[in-house]
Ligand binder design. Structure first.
Ligand code: FES
Length: 151
């Protein structure tokens, strides 16, 4: 099936298998491997992207369901050499651990801030989509608050 998506600002027309998740289209068809496949069942948040500006677990949705949608992945956050404030805050606060989940955490944080839900440490803790990495709180919360203050 054919689907039209705007991915990181670029209009794309894609032939996809109707059973393909948006995550698999991003990673396998478009080679945008910044979005990670962790659990592939909606539990870890590693695959978080923005779909029309809202946080979505891309492993849980089919690409064909989103005709005309705007998709933002971790590759689309920076403006040239200028990192998104949350990317910069992750570097500043050493927020990476092994790094595999970092793109999903950053995309979740960007969506959370855009939705106006990153006003306090407690709110960030409650709203993050990456629930498997307890140790991330040490860096995710200061990073989120720092990024919000830079907006
Ligand atoms: S890979 Fe999508 S939530 Fe884990």
């Amino acid at each position: 099936m054919r689907v039209r998506l705007t991915i990181n600002g670029e209009a794309r027309q894609l032939e996809v298998d109707p059973r393909q998740s948006l995550l698999d289209v991003l990673r396998e068809t478009l080679d945008l491997t910044g979005t990670k496949k962790g659990c592939n069942q909606g539990a870890c948040g590693a695959c978080t992207i923005l779909l029309d500006g809202k946080r979505v677990l891309s492993c849980l949705t089919l690409a064909v369901m989103h005709e005309g949608a705007r998709v933002t992945t971790i590759e689309g956050l920076a403006k040239g050499e200028e990192l998104h404030p949350l990317q910069a805050a992750f570097i500043e606060h050493d927020g990476f651990q092994c790094g595999y989940c970092t793109p999903g955490q950053i995309m979740s944080g960007v969506g959370c801030i855009a939705e106006g839900h990153a006003c306090s440490a407690q709110e960030i803790r409650h709203r993050r989509s990456d629930r498997r990495r307890g140790g991330k709180e040490r860096t995710m919360i200061p990073s989120g608050l720092a990024a919000k203050s830079r907006r």
